[in-house]
Ligand binder design. Structure first.
Ligand SMILES: Cc1cc2nc3c(=O)[nH]c(=O)nc-3n(C[C@H](O)[C@H](O)[C@H](O)COP(=O)(O)O)c2cc1C
Ligand SMILES: [Mn+2]
Length: 496
């Protein structure tokens, strides 16, 4: 299942009873945040919101705005054209079983080159909906061109939180290319609006966009960057998915939606973008140019302070005849991004398990905001296996950032935080069962003394084996036999 446009997806949400339209004008300055935050904090994630008349500085914008479109399990599944994200996880698992990969990297490659890849390879087109309207600089001195200038000023870009440094694009899909290999990357990095033609480009040091940027700086070449908004939500999801460097998110999106992505050449830069997106911001990043970015009310629930980041210069905007502006807000969890992150974990769990078969399940609880806390359950077979899994996770892509890893036995449901805390408290001797280590740290973590450098803690909350030095008899959990439970359940149902 694929969507022809962002609107097509919104119609599907509406038909599924998952979308609320708001016709009253609502301000992009804080008010949409206040509305969406309440919706996102409704148990289960509330509904997607389509603001038909968002206002910018008191003026109704030409473009409607949609938010919280992936902020529930059901909407996340619908975004991927599925009834349930488990279907895709299952497909990945079958793929892994059909031809076991020999390494993590080959597992990823296999996942992408498998059955679905018949549909995944992108094709090229000359005519594209995303270029129905083209706002070009026309002449040199683009900034001074007034006839039909490309400017961000018309877009309903949110000022999310009171102390934010300005307006931020919060759902931008940033397309770049490795200047050495030509490999494509699609990543989601927020963009702070400085003026109608310039923004920040917040790719953190660990991300692929930043690595591509570094190569352009070293070569002293101007870096073309295309930013897309909307289109099939598979692109937006793929931009956030933690694929390893070198694996093409456009292929991955084609695999998800079982239909190849049609690409069209940009008008002012040498990059290609999906033809069916709603908006394209074409532009470049100039090597060495940095500018303070922030503050920004971030995923962590705190404001990220000012820091220097590259600058994006706009050279053109193209868009559909009737585009919808997509966005999200981040802040104190749970927010929409929790459902996106959970879908990623679910889909890629088979890849983890192929390499570390003792892993049973894995959860990133919302309180941990992705990188602070991971619960993992394992089938323990030999001594200190919990430590092996900690090291495995700390070496696996963006899992490297995880501040706290708690390992439990396979009979503990990692999606139930209360169950995990019970095991943590009951099954550990704090000193014996803790492992402190050093590893790269999420750029957003404000707790360490220095950015990007922090310690990490793994706790082994599994039951201990004699071979691990535990020579007392490990006690049994207090439980009733299933037949007694079944009988009493039947009796209780019969009462009243
Ligand atoms: C709503 C949202 C906003 C994000 N903003 C940023 C950001 O500003 N900078 C950043 O480096 N990562 C950000 N991320 C995380 C990246 O999109 C994510 O790490 C992605 O896997 C990076 O892709 P890459 O490995 O191709 O660089 C954001 C994720 C979401 C869901
Ligand atoms: Mn990538």
């Amino acid at each position: 299942m694929s969507y022809r446009s962002f609107s097509h997806f919104l119609t599907a949400l509406e038909n599924a009873g998952e979308l609320q339209r708001i016709a009253t004008p609502v301000a992009t300055e804080l008010e949409i945040t206040a509305w969406a935050d309440r919706e996102m904090k409704t148990p289960g994630g509330g509904k997607a919101l389509l603001f038909e008349r968002p206002t910018v500085g008191g003026q109704v914008s030409r473009y409607p705005l949609a938010i919280n479109t992936m902020g529930s399990e059901r909407r996340m599944a619908l975004a991927l054209g599925l009834e349930n994200v488990g279907e895709l996880a299952q497909k990945m698992e079958l793929l892994m079983k059909a031809k076991p990969p020999t390494s993590l990297r080959s597992a990823w490659n296999l996942a992408l080159q498998g059955l679905g890849l018949l549909h995944a390879k992108p094709t090229k087109v000359r005519e594209a909906e995303c270029q129905e309207v083209v706002l070009l600089p026309g002449e040199p001195g683009f900034e001074t061109l007034s006839a039909n200038p490309a400017t961000l000023a018309g877009l309903p870009i949110l000022q999310c939180w009171p102390q934010d440094g300005g307006r931020f694009l919060t759902f931008p899909c940033v397309h770049t290319r490795d200047p050495d290999t030509g490999e494509r990357n699609l990543g989601m990095y927020r963009m702070q609006v400085y003026d109608g033609q310039t923004t920040g480009m917040h790719w953190q040091v660990h991300k692929v966009g930043a690595r591509h940027g570094k190569r352009y700086y070293e070569r002293g070449e101007r870096m073309p960057v295309a930013v897309t908004l909307g289109g099939d939500p598979a692109y937006t999801f793929a931009a956030t998915a933690p694929l390893p460097d070198g694996l093409d998110e456009i292929l991955f999106a084609g695999y998800i939606r079982q239909r190849s992505v049609e690409l069209v050449k940009c008008r002012t830069i040498d990059l290609e973008v999906p033809a069916d997106v709603d908006f394209v911001l074409e532009g470049y990043v100039q090597p060495g140019e940095m500018r303070p970015e922030g503050p920004f009310g971030d995923h962590t629930g705190f404001y990220t302070p000012l820091d220097d980041y590259p600058v994006f210069h706009l050279t053109a905007i193209t868009h559909r005849a009737n585009p919808v502006y997509p966005c999200t807000i981040v802040g104190i969890p749970p927010m929409e991004d929790f459902y996106m992150g959970s879908a990623s974990v679910r889909i890629f769990l088979p890849v983890f398990r192929m390499n570390f078969p003792e892993i049973v399940d894995l959860a990133l609880p919302p309180e941990g905001v992705f990188h602070n806390l991971v619960f993992v359950s394992i089938k323990k077979q030999y001594p200190w296996q919990a430590y092996k899994i900690m090291h495995a996770l700390w070496s696996m892509g963006q899992m490297m950032f995880t501040k706290y890893i708690i390992v439990v036995d396979d009979d503990c449901n990692v999606h139930n935080t209360s169950e995990v805390l019970f095991r943590l408290c009951a099954n550990t001797d704090p000193q014996r069962d803790s492992l402190f280590t050093k590893n790269p740290t999420d750029a957003l973590d404000h707790a360490p003394n220095y950015p990007n450098l922090g310690t990490h803690l793994g706790i082994d909350a599994t039951r201990k084996l004699p071979s691990e030095g535990y020579h007392r008899a490990w006690p049994e959990l207090v439980k009733l036999p299933p037949e007694v439970l079944a009988k009493v359940d039947a009796m209780r149902n019969g009462v009243g």
